[in-house]
Structure formats: structure tokens, C-alpha cells
Design a protein around this ligand. Sequence first.
Ligand code: ZN
Length: 248
Amino acid sequence: MRGKGIVKIGIYSDVHSNLEALDAVLEALDREHVDRTLCLGDLVGYGPNPNECVSKIMQNADDILAGNHDYAALGLLSLSDFNHSAAEAMEWTWDALTPVSAEFLGRLPLVVRLGKIMAVHATPDAPEEWHYIQKEADIVRNMEILEMPICFMGHSHLPVVFVQDEQGDILIQNPTEIRFQEGSRYLINVGSVGQPRDGDPRAAYGVFDTKERCFHLKRLSYPVDLVQRKMVAEGLPKMLVERLAFGQ
Ligand code: ZN
């Protein structure tokens, strides 16, 4: 950590064993001179480089959360919760994962608290149940239990910001640029590094400037075709290979 205290925090999630996308994000965070980095989980699953991603994140991130795919990689979550391609990729991951990577994944927490922010992989109300925020009732329930005014999360691979203003009204915003207001609460989904699903194939990452009280979500191109070739060579499911190009 540089200088006096933490000013800029780099935040990313759902790397999913995609080394090329992770490298692009780590280089960008370096250029941004962030003081601290936070990885919100799902280091592995889907992609062809689980150990390389675990090792890089282990060296680069200051705080790292466990995601549902990391739990599944350790045998802590049944594959019946996964669709066919995800389960197939997880079986491949079981064979590929080294004991060192597995041991590291086994030490990751479900919640991180950093000053006035908290972070979870899925939802703050039950981080170990891997829920999704789908209805307004889900937003309200999660806002109510927030311990801090700002919570970062991943899991859905869909970047979005849910805001509850001082009057209690819920607003849904685009996370490209958020200016934090005193008295409001924020649930911020930072999207996915290695498997975006919002129709934009570029890797997503965010920068939270604690001094300026703002957050920016950014996107980066990376060599998708290279990752696809590796996935084909490893015999990973075709559907997972193809969706990378479309960000779906
Ligand atoms: Zn994920």
C-alpha cells in the first residue's frame, strides 16, 4: 500500500480462470495506481487457467473473497446447482487444480469489511447461499441489512448499481460513473473479468476513489480468441468457448 491511507481501491470479480482477461485488468489497475485491490470471488470455473489465475490473484490482490465456483472447486457445493456446461467445466477444474491452489481457495472468506465498505461475492443477506438479486424485494432486504453504506458484489456477471436514497426509494443505475451521496446506500455489482454476460465481451473492473467519493466501472479488450483456443485444446464445453466472444 502506498502513501497515507487508502485512496483508490481497484475492485474486480468473477475471473473464472481467464488469465488473459485477468492480465489486462491487473495491468490497468497498475496504470491507475490503486492503493489496494479487492477480488470478489469466483477465481476459477469455466476457463482454462485456474492455477495461473489463483497464483496471480494471490500475489496481487489485498483482499480476496470466495465465490460459489471456488466452493464447488473444493467440493463444498454440489454440482446439481450448476448448469450442464458449468458442471462439466468444474469437473475439468477438479482435475486441473493443484493442492496449492486448492489450499489457498479454502482459506478465502465470504465477507470483507474495509472502513466504510463491505464486499461479498453474492448477496450481503446470506453470502454463503449464493442468491441473486432479482426482484425489488431482494434489493430492499439486502439494503436493510447492510452494515456499511456501500457494498460491492459480483456473482451475476451483470454490472449494475442499486441505490436506496435517503427517502428509502430504490433506484437502479449504470455503474459507469457513480458519485456517492451522504445518506444513500449502494449495492454495486462490478460485473465479471473473465466471463461478462451483459453483451459486452470486454473484461470489467472498477475503481473506487474514497477521497472523491466516486466509483467508475471500466471495460478492457483482451485476446478472447487466444482464451478460446486454449479452451478448445483442453476440451472445455463449446458453449462456454463461444459465449466469451459475445459476452453472454
Ligand atoms: Zn461467477
